[in-house]
Design a protein around this ligand. Structure first.
Ligand SMILES: Nc1ncnc2c1ncn2[C@@H]1O[C@H](COP(=O)(O)OP(=O)(O)OP(=O)(O)O)[C@@H](O)[C@H]1O
Ligand SMILES: [Mg+2]
Length: 414
């Protein structure tokens, strides 16, 4: 008799260890990152010796190995027999405000203290007295730091703590893939965070191929893939962005297809198929985590693309290009309808260039002829899916706001 789980529980013909292909998996050795790892270690060494270290800021595009390298170093540090240095690693996608960051730090080190309900001032004072107890050196790693809503306040508070602490110190390691971070920060936060800066370059296709080979040998069965297939996945990811996460996603997608279609091997055909959906999936992930107003601009673009902008009406039969001006009007209308103040057109132009840099849209100069000289915008992904992705996000947020029990009102100034 066959049961409903038989197919699922059957040993895979393709995968040896599926988890090795997941983006959360950190291999024992991170290829091509010796220099970056050595620099992270160097920046953290004073802290490990019990001295105040310099803050470190790590920048690199998505999938360049920032999180993996830092987590790798943290694991190594944890193996050391030092007592005085403490580390908190936080992903600011989750800990996205000063209050949440400070609560999480306390929760990491003093779980009995940090039951809900303390105000910011209490937490701050407790943190300082805990550090001063025996001159601790605390390292706070803030991954995806650009997602902290009140980052200037957070940096100010941590800096202020450092000067209040008589015995011990706090070192900040910030990580971000957002290039415009520098422009948005207060100059004081900037000079605090960027005491040391470390850049992670994108990977080229040769490097991506080696990374894929390393993972394939761990995650896939022998003989189920060939170099040409991995090479194609590496080349696609290198051309697009030099993003190791994308390369891995394509490979695991191709493996999944081979498995489902009962193929013996992963070939370039499966890779091609997988690359289409992997790129789209990453784009939707990116869209759903865009800052609020950029997301509303994307929403305006998707809606207008579906409705057909004024340009299409002018130039019948062309792909859907939108006038920058009509997108701005639509965005403003959407923001207003949600009782949010639309940002100025100067900000809007910055959002457009951010969205273009992230590969979500393309822009063109219209050339002369159509109303003088204007910018045209084209969405690079299917409009309906983009629209639905954003709607789902907005819906979830509305729900979360209703359920939220965090004492935001306790975020009193200190
Ligand atoms: N040098 C490397 N060797 C092996 N695997 C790597 C390497 N760099 C990245 N990877 C793999 O690529 C994936 C993405 O890496 P990681 O999460 O560190 O990127 P990131 O720079 O933090 O990206 P983001 O800015 O999007 O957070 C992970 O699965 C990681 O294991
Ligand atoms: Mg990361």
């Amino acid at each position: 008799m066959t049961g409903p789980f038989d197919e699922l529980l059957k040993e895979s013909a393709i995968f040896a260890r599926r988890d090795c292909l997941s983006p959360h998996f950190i291999p024992d050795s991170l290829l091509f990152r010796d220099e970056q790892i050595a620099n992270i270690v160097k920046a953290l060494t004073p802290s490990l010796r019990g001295e105040r270290g310099r803050n470190l800021f790590i920048y690199g595009k998505t999938g360049t190995g920032k999180t993996s390298c830092v987590r790798y170093v943290i694991e190594e540090v944890k193996k050391l027999p030092t007592v005085r240095s403490k580390i908190s690693y936080l992903n600011c996608r989750i800990y996205s405000s000063r209050y949440r960051v400070l609560s999480k730090i306390m929760n990491d080190h003093l779980p009995t203290y940090s039951k809900r309900g303390y105000g910011l001032v209490d937490i701050y004072e407790k943190l300082i007295s805990w550090i001063e107890e025996d001159g601790k050196v605390l390292m706070v790693v803030l991954d995806e730091i650009d997602l902290v809503k009140d980052l200037d306040d957070l940096v100010y508070t941590l800096t202020r703590a450092n000067s209040d602490i008589k015995n011990g110190s706090i070192t900040i390691v910030g990580i971000s893939n957002k290039i415009s971070m520098k422009e948005e920060l207060d100059p004081r936060s900037l000079s605090t965070l960027y005491e040391n800066e470390l850049v992670f370059p994108p990977y080229n296709s040769r490097e991506l191929l080696a990374i894929l080979e390393q993972r394939a040998s761990l995650g896939l069965k022998d003989g189920v893939y060939d170099r040409a297939a991995l090479g194609l996945a590496a080349a696609i990811a290198a051309k697009d962005s030099g993003d190791a996460r994308l390369a891995l996603k394509i490979l695991s997608g191709a493996a999944e297809i081979a498995e489902n279609e009962h193929r013996e091997k992963i070939t370039t055909a499966e890779v091609e198929k997988a690359s289409k959906s992997a790129e789209e999936e990453l784009a939707y992930e990116l869209i759903s985590t865009l800052p609020e107003h950029q997301r509303l601009v994307m929403y305006a673009i998707a809606t207008l693309t579906i409705q057909g902008g004024r340009y299409r009406k002018l130039a019948e039969g062309t792909e859907t290009y939108l006038f920058s001006g009509e997108v701005y009007d639509k965005y403003s209308a959407i923001a207003n309808s949600m009782a949010k103040q639309p940002k100025s057109s100067r900000w809007y132009r910055k959002y457009i260039s951010d969205l273009e840099m992230q590969g979500l849209i393309a822009t063109y100069e219209s050339g002369r002829g159509i109303r003088g000289h204007t910018k045209l915008i084209k969405l690079d992904y299917p409009a309906q899916r983009v629209k639905e992705t954003i709607e789902r996000g907005l819906f979830k947020e509305a729900e979360a706001n209703v359920q939220k029990e965090e004492p935001e009102n306790q975020e009193t100034e200190n």
